[in-house]
Design a protein around this ligand. Sequence first.
Ligand code: SAH
Length: 285
Amino acid sequence: MTSKGKRFPLSLSSVVQQREGNASRFQSSASTQTAMRNIKHAAYWPGSAAKTTMSATGQASQSGGTISADVSRAVLVSDAVRKAMVARVAQQGVKDETVLAALEAVPRHLFLESGLASQAYVDASLPIGHHQTISQPYIVGRMLEILRHGAALDSVLEIGTGCGYQAAVLSLIAKEVYSIERIKALHELAKQNLRPMRIANIRLHYGDGMLGLPQVAPFDGIILAAAGLEIPQALLTQLKVGGRLIAPVGDRRQVLELIERVSHSEWRRTVIEHCHFVPLRSGVV
Ligand code: SAH
C-alpha cells in the first residue's frame, strides 16, 4: 500500500519559507505544544517524513534544538499511526488502492482541534464544533471506493464540507472537487484548514448543498456527508448519465445508498449498509 496518489502540491520548505516572516512562532521559549501547533501548519506531507523532518528541524533549530527533535518524532509518529489507520480500513474491506493511498496521504490530525489531534487516527467520527463531526475514516474510505468504482473521476461534488478533511482526500482521487457547507463557521474552518495545503483542485462554497451547484453540474460523482430522509432531487439531476451518487439516507436508522444515473430519466438505487451520519438540513446558518 504505497502512497502512489497525487500529492498536495506544497512542499514543506515552501511553507516554512513563507512562514519566515512569522519566525517568532518558533522562539526558543516555545514549548513542545507550541512547536506542535506550528507543525500543524507546516508539516503536511505524509510519506515525506524525512523531508519534513529536515525542514522542520532547520526552522526549529534556529531557535531551539530540543523542539526540533520532538517535532520530528511527532511527524514520524503521525505517519506511522496513519498507516495503521489505513491498514484497519483495509481490513474492514476497503480494497481500492487509490482510496487507501489518499487516506494515507492526508494528515487527519491537522483537521482537528489540538485537544483531539491525538485521537485523529482512531476509527471514529469526532466533533468539529457546531454539533457536527468529521466522518469516520472507514466510512470515508468505503464511500470513496464506491464513488470511484475503480475509475478516474473528473468532477465531484461533496455536500457537507465540515472541517474539509474528506474534501482533501477527494482532491487526491478526483480532478475537480466542489464542496458545499451550510454552516458559515465550518465553511471558514475548512478554508482555514485547507488554505495552507494549497490544494489547487478544491472549490469551497458556502450555501445549501441540497440545491447542488447547477452552474458547475453535471458531476461524475456526488457524495453527501449528511443524512436526509431522501436524496434531494436537484442532486439527482446534477449527476452525469453514468455518474454515481453516494449518500446516507434516513433518520435514526440510516443506510448508505448508491444511486447510479443509468439514463437521462432513470436512476438505479442500491442499499449498501447501515451507517450513522449527522442530519442533512436545508438553508444556511
Ligand atoms: N466531510 C466532512 C464531514 C462533515 S459532517 C468532514 O470531513 O469533516 C457533515 C456536514 O454536512 C456538517 O458540517 C453539516 O453542517 C453539513 N451539512 C448538513 N446539511 C447540509 C446542506 N444542506 N448543505 C451543505 N452542508 C450541509
